[in-house]
Design a protein around this ligand. Structure first.
Ligand code: 5RP
Length: 247
């Protein structure tokens, strides 16, 4: 896949195109500086988190001692290949730091996550961590959440009723919504690591994420949703002009 070009960076009168993937890597490497010897780390999922895991792997091979708890099977596979020692939340119920990407974040560090379908484990791992640092390229930072459809992980049982209840919750909040069952690349229904389905909910702009979060969490059949509120303590944003921290 050809990387998407999103910016122009001018250095020493040379004009360099910076891909979104390169910016994701820069954010990941900046967050790597927060890792200390002996830390218990939550490992996020997605292409930005993968850059962090590859960087962490290099440090581990150089002698850094950390333990990681992966937030998805794909992350576990990559971390093992990188030689990062892994544990479960049964073994390590409290973590020092989680580093993860996001599909969107706002200036109050409220997130939409789950574009990769790992939101349930990602949220459990983040909630078990003293700190969560979000790593993202600048395109992920928005004024108001909602352009990215909100992933909602649901039980297969009663999926029709759960979908109707999500629509009812949106109506109660006077929000328009379009609900789409997520499919895999081969057209079959997408199944999460936990064996559930995902409904992608397009609400347009989410002006009150807290209210939506509470309403979705109250629906039987909703296993978890992708609004992460009060979990992130900081974000590293990489833009063509440079790195900035949001705290
Ligand atoms: C996976 C996630 C990812 O963090 C999110 O989708 C961002 O992905 P990427 O880093 O590939 O842009 O929430 O469930």
């Amino acid at each position: 896949n050809k990387p998407r070009r999103i910016g122009v960076h001018s250095t020493n009168s040379k004009c360099l195109m910076i891909s979104s993937d390169e910016l994701k890597k820069q954010a990941a490497l900046a967050a790597l500086e927060q890792v200390e010897d002996g830390m218990k780390l939550g490992l996020g999922s997605g292409s930005t988190a993968n850059h962090f895991i590859r960087g962490l792997g290099a440090l581990v091979r150089g002698g850094l001692s950390v333990v990681g708890v992966p937030s998805s099977e794909r992350t576990a596979t990559l971390a093992r290949a990188e030689g990062i020692p892994l544990a479960t939340l049964e073994e390590l119920p409290r973590l020092d730091l989680t580093i993860d990407g996001a599909d969107e974040l706002d200036s109050r560090l409220r997130l939409i996550k789950g574009g990769g379908g790992a939101l349930l484990r990602e949220k459990i791992v983040a909630a078990a961590s003293s700190r969560m640092i979000v790593i993202a390229d600048g395109s992920k930072l928005v004024d108001t959440l909602g352009a990215f459809p909100l992933p909602v992980e649901v039980n297969h049982f009663g999926i029709g009723a759960t979908t109707a209840a999500i629509a009812d919750a949106a109506a109660e909040l006077a929000m328009p919504v379009t609900l789409t069952r997520r499919l895999s690349a081969d057209g079959s229904p997408f199944v999460t690591d936990g064996g559930h389905a995902i409904i992608d909910a397009s609400f347009g702009l989410i002006r009150d994420p807290e209210a939506l979060s509470l309403a979705l969490a109250a629906i039987p059949g909703v296993v978890e949703h992708g609004l992460f509120i009060g979990l992130a303590s900081a974000a590293v944003i990489a833009r063509p002009e440079g790195i900035s921290w949001l705290v």
